[in-house]
Write a protein that binds this ligand. Structure first.
Ligand SMILES: [Zn+2]
Ligand SMILES: [Zn+2]
Length: 187
């Protein structure tokens, strides 16, 4: 879903223990996750450190972005910030035995990416993982969003249409509406 962010390995990361900072900005404007569509009006900022860890390149650091989506309860605009940790391992070579033999029950199976044969790696894979992990499963405009009335569709954050109270009383088996109405009419 994200544009590739190709980083070419060079002498600065040739030996185990070598590290290299790598920060930047991506003009990524949107992403989708499940049924949700999100906008990224300010793009994505990342601040990473690449480390030669012997068997591969460890990519760690931070991703930050501002996300605009739609509230799951009231369908109004919902915004949140993501400041997520990036932690991805790009192996130089596919580990022996794992190729073509994906055992889903293997609890030791560690998630990893691969360094490309041409000595490049795609940082977008690491950034995308963080973006997905940090995106809330339920998107809300505010933690206590009251949502829409199931009867009339009113946004309950903005108005009280009265249906919630009516439903509550009906469930309790006491529905003294005529009496209440009479009282109020006389005011
Ligand atoms: Zn809402
Ligand atoms: Zn209502």
């Amino acid at each position: 879903m994200m544009q590739p962010v190709i980083f070419a390995l060079d002498d600065r990361l040739a030996n185990p223990g070598d590290t290299l900072p790598c920060a930047g900005h991506l003009d990524e404007r949107a992403y989708s996750l499940g049924d949700h569509d999100f906008e990224l009006p300010e793009g994505i900022d990342y601040d990473l450190v690449l480390t030669n860890a012997g068997e591969g390149i460890l990519v760690t650091g931070m991703l930050s972005t501002h996300v605009v989506g739609v509230c799951d309860r009231c369908l109004e605009r919902a915004e949140f910030d993501i400041d997520g940790e990036v932690d991805e391992y790009y192996l130089f070579e596919e580990p022996a035995g794992s190729a073509g033999d994906k055992d889903e029950d293997d609890e030791d199976d560690i998630d990893f990416q691969l360094v490309n044969p041409d000595g490049t790696l795609d940082l977008s894979l690491a950034l995308q993982t963080t973006l997905v992990m940090e995106t809330p499963f339920v998107v809300l405009c505010k933690p206590d969003c009251k949502g829409l009335c199931p009867v009339c569709g009113a946004n309950l954050n903005e108005e009280d249409c009265g249906h919630a109270e009516q439903i509550r009383l009906e469930r309790m088996g006491t529905s003294p509406f005529s009496a209440l109405k009479d009282l109020k009419l006389d005011d």
